[in-house]
Design a protein around this ligand. Structure first.
Ligand code: SF4
Length: 225
């Protein structure tokens, strides 16, 4: 939509968007794409997700082979001590708390077969919030009970216009209210888009979402006029 304001400058306005339809190409693009954390099973995924909070997936992938060699499963982790874990994860951000959380959750779960896959049970574990639980459920193939909202989604969703604000919980709620449950993989799809295209400086020209994107119409096009 185009408006001409009092100074005769052309203002390009965002289109009204039917999000349940508009989000489909994005979900399709990233359908089945594996999370950037390296993992071979749900145990490794869960440990990687806890360690990667406020750190980078790349950094965790660098140290995880040695960690999983030393502690190959939940049972082994449940018997470890902070002193044996520190040398392996000492470079991770907030490693002291993460050490406590990993040992505590391993002692609670005991073995790999007991790893829960419901949102309530996962978020009851130390060190696992909604974002981590949603990631674990998605990667494990469990039915979505929420939407992954990581720091990329916090940037991408308000740009698109599917949500507002910067509070991950509120953004997740808005997306869940806007999209039907079968489209809740939109969170991880937006996360991938944020990692590849909708970077802090977005590459709007090559983005498949530009026709429905609020930022593209209100900022990008108007600034390139
Ligand atoms: S069009 Fe631009 S701002 Fe919008 S989602 Fe794509 S890259 Fe991000």
């Amino acid at each position: 939509m185009i408006f001409i304001n009092l100074t005769s400058k052309i203002i390009i306005m965002p289109p009204k968007v039917n999000w349940p339809e508009a989000i489909k190409p994005l979900i399709k693009k990233y359908k089945g794409k594996k999370h950037p954390l390296d993992y071979e099973n749900t145990y490794q995924l869960l440990v990687g997700v806890v360690l990667s909070a406020q750190d980078s997936d790349k950094h965790i992938n660098q140290l995880s082979p040695k960690l999983f060699e030393a502690f190959p499963n939940m049972e082994a982790l449940s018997h470890c001590t902070p002193e044996t874990l520190f040398p392996l994860i000492g470079s991770v951000r907030n490693y002291a708390n993460k050490t406590k959380w990993l040992i505590a959750l391993a002692q609670k779960i005991q073995n790999d077969e007991n790893i829960p896959l419901t949102l309530d049970e996962l978020t009851a574990l130390p060190g696992i919030g909604r974002k981590s639980a949603n990631v674990i459920k998605r990667e494990a193939g469990a039915k979505a009970e929420g939407v992954v909202v990581d720091l990329h989604v916090v940037r991408v969703a308000p740009r698109l216009g599917i949500a507002t604000g910067s509070d991950p919980k509120k953004i997740e709620k808005q997306i869940m209210e806007t999209l039907p449950p079968e489209e809740w993989d939109a969170g991880m799809a937006m996360s991938f888009l944020g990692r590849e295209i909708c970077r802090p400086t977005p590459k709007c020209e090559i983005c498949l979402m530009k026709q429905v994107c609020n930022y593209y119409h209100t900022v990008f096009l108007n600034s390139s006029e």
